[in-house]
Design a protein around this ligand. Structure first.
Ligand code: FNR
Length: 360
């Protein structure tokens, strides 16, 4: 049986420097949120429908105007050159070839313009979104947004679950705090306020002073759609709708921020209820199979994103490894859709999801 993500994980673990493996694999605190993301999917089951006459299937979805061959996007993860020498260029080419949207991390080890160029070299209409941490200085955020616009990104994904950096016990134990020589967060190079003439790379700032006002200001400065990533409370989802945000990502940052955060699939239904169809709702965290994708969609997600499975594919076999993982997700989701009696993602409805261990 083709189990690309699990195989890739095994290979990645064997190939990567153990310090870097732990950076990618680890979570915050006691890694409760990290573990629960995957476990919560296992507590849910799908009630398949039969004899629905769905002769052919289409797994594609359209998100804020961008078409994706599958409802599985690439979540933003930092430092791909730690996983493979080609880093984000390999990831971008693979996502483009697989026909899905790449959400490129602001903390990429490749500049955003090079990432979009790599994606478009494979598929001219390939969609790349830019993930952004709002910086305390508006001119720095503004410069990053201009870079994303000039690179041709079609949406901004603002990560809002990081008022402070998560505490990662594995990194603390290894003393892993800096990128090795030769690698840098390339989007942070030559920004306003850096030393004159230098090629200084600004550190990425996390700020607990950020508020809805900052989101409003961002929206006033860009025509790009803005999604908020890391929303778990239904009141924040309602506020996002009221503020005119264009989409949400239900996420606990892959268990790397608040360790007491709920599993994302458990937080999803209340967010979907609060949003009531007014915005696309994406989910990431612990999605490892096509059945997980189907459960999230049935509970109201428009699409999901995968973080670590892509990193494992990259570490295992570069561009080809990422492509194998993404193609596997497409075919495994197609299989789950068929077995549920569906022809398209919208056929997955909430009545299909039941909790394991119940009766009836
Ligand atoms: C992340 N994530 C993340 N999120 C973000 O908004 N900006 C970033 O730079 C990063 N960097 C990052 C690095 C690594 C190594 C990981 C594992 C994760 C979080 C990421 O976007 C996503 O929320 C999770 O990875 C989803 O969970 P899974 O699929 O990894 O379980």
């Amino acid at each position: 049986m083709n189990r690309a993500p699990d195989d890739a994980h095994r290979h990645a673990r064997a190939l990567l420097d153990p310090v870097h493996y732990d950076y990618f694999a680890g979570g915050a605190g006691r890694e409760v949120a990290l573990d629960e993301n995957e476990r919560a999917f296992r507590r849910l089951a799908l009630l398949p429908r039969v004899l629905r006459g769905a002769a052919s299937r289409d797994t594609a979805v359209t998100l804020l105007g961008d078409r994706s061959r599958m409802p599985v996007l690439v979540a933003p993860t930092a430092f791909h050159r730690l996983a493979h020498p080609e880093g984000e260029l390999a990831t971008a080419r693979a996502a483009a070839a697989a026909g899905t949207v790449l959400i490129a991390s602001m903390a990429a080890t490749t500049a955003i313009g090079e990432i979009t160029a790599a994606a478009r070299s494979v598929r001219p209409e390939a969609a790349v979104w830019f993930q952004l941490y709002l910086q305390p200085e508006p001119e720095v955020t503004g410069a990053l947004v201009r870079r994303a616009e000039e690179a041709g990104c079609t949406a901004l994904v603002v990560t809002v679950d990081s008022p402070v950096r998560g505490r990662h016990g594995r990194d603390e134990r290894h003393g892993f705090h800096d990128l090795p020589p030769g690698l840098a967060a390339e989007n942070m190079r030559d920004l306003p306020g850096t030393a004159p003439g230098g090629a200084a790379v600004r550190p990425i700032a996390m700020s607990s002073a950020l508020s809805w006002e900052h989101v409003r200001r961002l929206r006033a400065t860009t025509p790009l759609p803005v999604l908020l990533k890391g929303v778990l409370h239904p009141e924040d989802a309602r506020r996002a709708v009221a503020e005119g945000v264009d989409g949400l990502v239900v996420s606990n940052h892959g268990g790397r921020q608040l360790d007491a955060a709920p599993a994302t699939v458990e937080a999803l239904p209340r967010i979907v209820e609060a949003v009531a169809g007014r915005l696309p709702v994406l989910l990431d965290g612990g999605v490892r199979t096509g059945c997980d994708v189907a459960v999230a969609l049935a509970l109201g997600a428009t699409a999901v994103a995968v973080g670590r499975p892509v990193v494992w594919g990259l570490a295992a076999d570069g561009e080809r490894g990422v492509r194998d993982v993404l193609e596997w997700f497409r075919s495994d989701f197609d299989q789950a859709l068929a077995l549920c009696g569906g022809a398209r993602p919208a056929d997955l409805t909430a009545d299909l999801v039941v909790r394991r261990g119940g009766v009836g």
